[in-house]
Design a protein around this ligand. Structure first.
Ligand code: FPP
Length: 248
């Protein structure tokens, strides 16, 4: 708690001019965190929401423009049905509960993924949140839900193939910029820093295209324990790296 209070403003050992513009996170370890406390896995997801809320506020406090989180992957439908149902209900409840405050704080909310497969009422809440905050100028908060990097690339390929089939596009005109335009994230910068918690070092189908030159940081703590001091450590590690984008 003390460190949380101390870390309200940007720690002095971080250079404000070299912060990542866009941080992406794989919020891993909620289930294990709960199990270690002899609690049901879903308790970990509830705690994970508190962590996320503080990280979002921390981005505002420290001057980080964009935060993207992996809330539900295309593979997560394979989890036990009661956990899937819990997560869908949790997303809706959290959005309902937090929307007014997030809008007040100028957060711009976006959801990316195959959203049309989500429960209808959640789709409605998502639409409301995106519409209400569309013109906000604060932190750009993106929630990847029913998101899979491969699925995203497949749907982009399909759209481009349809354009070619209809004679509106020549195959030679397809370049990186055009593919980018057909991704769910077309309006966003690529992430500068991707953080995964729980010690795992996989991308797990998250932002595959967008992470080509992203710095990856693995935090050993489970997501519910990823507090401001853990974020501070991730940013210090980021600032100690040289990003060369394949150049010498
Ligand atoms: C991964 O932990 C976490 C998730 C699949 C869900 C994370 C979702 C939230 C924190 C809620 C976010 C809410 C909104 C509205 C954005 P895990 O279950 O894979 O943990 P394990 O690896 O220990 O099993």
């Amino acid at each position: 708690m003390t460190s949380q209070i101390l870390l309200r403003s940007l720690p002095t050992d971080l250079d404000p001019a070299r912060l990542p513009r866009h941080v992406a996170t794989i919020m891993d370890g909620n289930g294990r965190w709960a199990r270690r406390r002899h609690m049901p896995r879903v308790y970990g997801h509830q705690k994970g929401v508190d962590t996320l809320k503080d990280l979002l506020r921390c981005c505002k406090d420290w001057g980080i423009a964009a935060l993207t989180v992996y809330a539900f992957s295309t593979e997560n439908w394979g989890r036990p049905q009661d956990e899937v149902d819990f997560l869908m209900a949790l997303f809706e409840k959290v959005l309902d509960r937090e929307l007014a405050e997030m809008a007040e704080e100028q957060v711009r909310i976006r959801f990316v993924g195959a959203l049309h497969h989500l429960p209808k009422s959640l789709q409605g809440t998502i639409h409301e949140a995106m519409t209400l905050t569309a013109n906000n100028t604060g932190v750009q908060f993106t929630v990847a839900t029913n998101y899979g990097g491969r699925e995203e690339i497949v749907q982009a390929c399909r759209k481009l193939a349809q354009e070619v089939k209809a004679g509106r596009l020549q195959p030679e005109e397809i370049d990186e910029a055009l593919i980018n335009k057909h991704l769910y994230t077309s309006e966003m910068h690529d992430p500068d820093l991707l953080i995964r918690t729980s010690g795992e070092s996989r991308l797990s189908n998250f932002l595959l295209w967008q992470s080509a030159y992203t710095e990856i940081y693995v935090a050993d703590v489970m997501w519910p324990d990823f507090d401001r001091s853990a974020f501070h450590a991730a940013l210090l590690s980021y600032q100690n790296r040289q990003r060369r984008y394949g150049k010498a």
